[in-house]
Design a protein around this ligand. Structure first.
Ligand code: HEC
Ligand code: HEC
Length: 212
């Protein structure tokens, strides 16, 4: 009996070693297809992401929907997980993120991260004061330069720093308020809550419009 069991376990392990790599490479393609499917057609009774975030993930400046194309995969996935757990609050996105499985959230965010970048503004930084904040910060108030993390033109940087250029002004202002009221959480070492509290309302509005 014992020998038989050992044999069965050994056989199972060997077959797993052979099967797992094949399963993994097959599922990379499946995940890509799953992401595109959700983005374009929706899933689990939720609508296509494209309805709001645009056919190419470009977002919608007027309606205030952020762009997703070419935004860091890790950042996007983290945001979906935060909506799903209710740590980042938004009526629409919490509901959608929670309706998707972890794998579906990963698939759809990977799909968007791989799309080409859209809306690489700003063309005009909107006056000396705003340009200074973006490029140099305000050392007297301990404000770091926005571009030092978000890319030279605010286009985003690496997989953790999202773009701030070419995003809806409405969305920008909402996020600053969300950090002020703690509706949006911050990870350890993330300066955004302090930055949002240090900037005054006029600066927030001017930055939002200059970056859109
Ligand atoms: C009905 C409109 C609507 C649909 C459909 C929609 N979203 Fe959103 N999405 C929003 C809004 C509004 C926000 C801004 C929420 C906030 O202020 O936190 C947002 C924010 C996001 C963010 C955060 C972006 C950032 O820069 O932090 C991600 C990621 C996201 N959506 C992914 C998706 C995915 C994936 C789908 C499809 C499964 C989807 N959304 C479907 C309206 C929508
Ligand atoms: C030290 C790095 C750093 C600096 C400097 C910085 N940010 Fe950020 N910013 C981040 C990180 C990290 C995130 C992602 C936050 C998260 O995960 O919640 C972020 C997110 C944002 C977002 C939300 C983008 C989205 O898609 O939801 C906005 C808007 C923003 N920052 C604006 C600014 C502005 C304006 C300044 C300058 C006054 C600035 N940031 C300076 C690190 C930085």
């Amino acid at each position: 009996m014992i020998t038989n069991n050992n044999f069965t376990i050994k056989a199972l392990c060997i077959s797993l070693i052979i099967v797992i790599p094949i399963t993994c490479s097959a599922s990379a393609n499946q995940i890509e297809a799953m992401g595109k499917q959700i983005a374009e057609h929706g899933s689990n009774a939720i609508p296509a992401c494209a309805i709001c975030h645009g056919a190419q993930g470009e977002g919608n400046l007027k309606a205030g929907y952020p762009k997703l194309a070419s935004v860091g995969a890790q950042y996007l996935q983290e945001q979906m997980n935060l909506y799903a757990s209710g740590q980042r609050t938004n009526t629409i996105m919490q509901q959608y993120a929670a309706a998707l499985t972890t794998q579906q959230r990963m698939a759809v965010t990977t799909y968007y991260a791989d799309l080409p970048a859209r809306n690489l503004k700003p063309k005009d930084l909107g006056g000396v004061r705003v340009t200074q904040l973006l490029e140099n910060g305000d050392p007297a108030r301990g404000l770091p330069s926005c571009f030092s993390c978000h890319g030279d033109r605010g286009e985003g940087s690496g997989s953790n720093f999202p773009p701030i250029a070419g995003e809806p002004a409405l969305y920008f202002i909402d996020q600053m308020n969300a950090w002020r009221t703690r509706a949006r959480p911050v990870a350890e070492g993330d300066p955004m809550a302090i930055i949002a509290k240090t900037l005054n309302q006029a600066e927030i509005i001017n930055l939002a419009h200059a970056l859109e």
